[in-house]
Write a protein that binds this ligand. Structure first.
Ligand SMILES: Cc1cc2nc3c(=O)[nH]c(=O)nc-3n(C[C@H](O)[C@H](O)[C@H](O)COP(=O)(O)O)c2cc1C
Length: 338
């Protein structure tokens, strides 16, 4: 008799998913056929690429300009967004895409909203839910560069934003954040208090580079490498069991083992973008197959059995996730001779 297949199902944001692998927001989600291929490959859910605050505000500026017959008082403001006029996915297209994805797929569809400044655009969350999104991922992508803005002010801004979006929708709300907060666990707990059902850790920042030939600043998206997994791995291990919310790990998931490590740390789902962009949507089936094989070989009957077994609360060396890991790593480093 063959052993029963391992149960890969998981619960994320209160949604029941058939597998813990979720393609995170990326251009792969723009195309309906690609979304279907990701579903066929075994994705538990899909996150659509973000709709940006600027895109929504831009549309509102346009509308206002057309309505204020002949006057071009918004001309200067519009000039901030020249490229957005050509951007393929405006707010209306995005809503149509959510509805089409929902109709075409049987797995949950998570819409993503990106923005940081409070404003009318947060109302759009409701339209996304009405278009059929099973959940909203709020992508908080900001670089706190103003020396006059302290950490408390920045964090209060994030919390206000989550409150504003939460007030618009009853569907589950996940918050995707970068790692640059001084007391991350405290902020995470407050995000749950103001209504986040899940945290997506961590957003990767586009890091601008300087071209010394042209003296231009170049901001290009680079695909991730597997060593970037270690940042979300640590924080998911630290937070698992301490917050009443789902946890998703994103950054550096390139192999089955990467995804399994995140789950052992305590993630409900492992998200992937770079690996799928590099190898195509079919790669997801390979990742999932590798996970199932590993779990079977190690006699796990379910993903749930692995989840959190290496979180800080459960692992044999909890100090390794904090400062002690730093000291041990430095002291035990042996320099090469010669
Ligand atoms: C080309 C590209 C486009 C992306 N677009 C979005 C986006 O629209 N919204 C978002 O929240 N994250 C976006 N991301 C970030 C990914 O969803 C993911 O969180 C990040 O790349 C780390 O995961 P990875 O190591 O698997 O790539 C994008 C990433 C890439 C590479």
């Amino acid at each position: 008799m063959t052993a029963p297949a391992c149960d890969l199902s998981t619960s994320y944001l209160g949604l029941e998913l058939r597998s813990p692998l979720v393609p995170s927001a990326s251009p792969l989600g723009r195309d309906l056929d690609t979304l279907k291929r990701l579903e066929e490959a075994g994705a538990g859910a899909v996150v659509l690429p973000s709709l940006f605050e600027e895109q929504i505000e831009h549309e509102e500026f346009e509308l206002h300009r057309l309505l204020s017959s002949g006057t071009d008082s918004f001309g200067e403001a519009l000039s901030y967004f020249p490229e957005l006029a050509d951007y393929r996915t405006g707010p209306d297209d995005y809503l149509e895409h959510v509805a089409a994805a929902k109709a075409a797929l049987s797995i949950p569809v998570i819409a993503s909203l990106n923005g940081v400044t409070p404003g009318g655009w947060t109302r759009f969350a409701r339209l996304l839910a009405e278009a059929g999104a099973d959940a909203i991922e709020l992508n908080d992508y900001q670089v706190a560069a103003d020396p006059m803005l302290g950490a408390a002010v920045v964090e209060a801004g994030v919390l206000d934003l989550v409150r504003a979006v939460r007030a618009e929708v009853t569907v589950p709300l996940a918050v995707k954040l970068g790692p640059h907060f001084s007391s991350f666990s405290h902020l995470a707990a407050q995000l749950v208090d103001v209504g986040a059902d899940g945290l997506v850790l961590f957003n990767r920042f586009v890091q601008p580079d300087i071209d010394l030939e042209t003296f231009e600043v170049r901001a290009r998206v680079q695909l991730s490498t597997p060593d970037e997994l270690l940042l979300p791995l640590r924080w998911i291990a630290l937070l698992h069991g301490r917050l009443d919310c789902s946890l998703a790990g994103t950054s550096g998931v390139h192999s089955s083992l990467d995804a399994l490590k995140l789950i052992a740390a305590g993630a409900d789902v492992a998200m992937s973008a770079s690996a799928l962009l590099r190898h195509g949507p079919g790669h997801l089936a390979e990742l999932l197959g590798g996970m199932a094989t590993w779990l079977d070989e190690h006699e796990y009957v379910s993903v749930a059995q692995l989840r959190g077994s290496m979180s800080q609360a459960s692992c044999p060396d909890p100090a390794a996730f904090e400062r002690a890991g730093y000291m041990q790593a430095l002291v035990s480093y042996t320099p090469r001779r010669g």
